[in-house]
Design a binder for this molecule. Structure first.
Ligand SMILES: [Zn+2]
Length: 129
């Protein structure tokens, strides 16, 4: 009956599964953010400086933990942004389409990396240029 295309669009079931995974992951990331004392919706980082005490080595420990938390904070926030973008694309029905060539992204790739917005070919080309 139907011609089977080499590249298939992501099935509804896969899409549902990915959406659920993304939402779960986002929840986890938000929890992680909270754990380091960052505000959930702030654009600026408000990572709390941990307080161990006032001795010089305690201060040094506070600063190094604070720096580590700041780095974690920006990584977490970037991941959350990626997930939000992916969820937005699902909502708009644009999910699983490569933003460069407009071809469907392989389901295998989406399952491995649900926030992917480019197909392997384009990604490879981009990395090599
Ligand atoms: Zn592409």
């Amino acid at each position: 009956m139907n011609k089977t295309n080499e590249k298939k669009k992501t099935s509804k079931e896969t899409l549902k599964k990915i959406e659920k995974d993304l939402m779960e992951r986002k929840k986890q990331l938000l929890d992680d953010l909270e754990n380091i004392g960052s505000e959930k919706n702030g654009n600026k980082s408000h990572v709390k400086i941990p307080e161990y005490g006032n001795k010089p080595d305690e201060n040094a420990q506070e600063i190094s933990e604070y720096t580590a938390n700041l780095a974690t904070d920006s990584v977490l926030k970037k991941s959350i942004r990626d997930i939000d973008n992916a969820l937005e694309r699902i909502k708009k029905g644009e999910y699983g389409i490569c933003k460069y060539c407009g071809e469907p992204i392989e389901e295998k790739r989406l399952l491995a990396r649900p926030v992917a917005s480019a197909c392997v070919e384009c990604k490879t080309k981009l990395q090599n240029s």
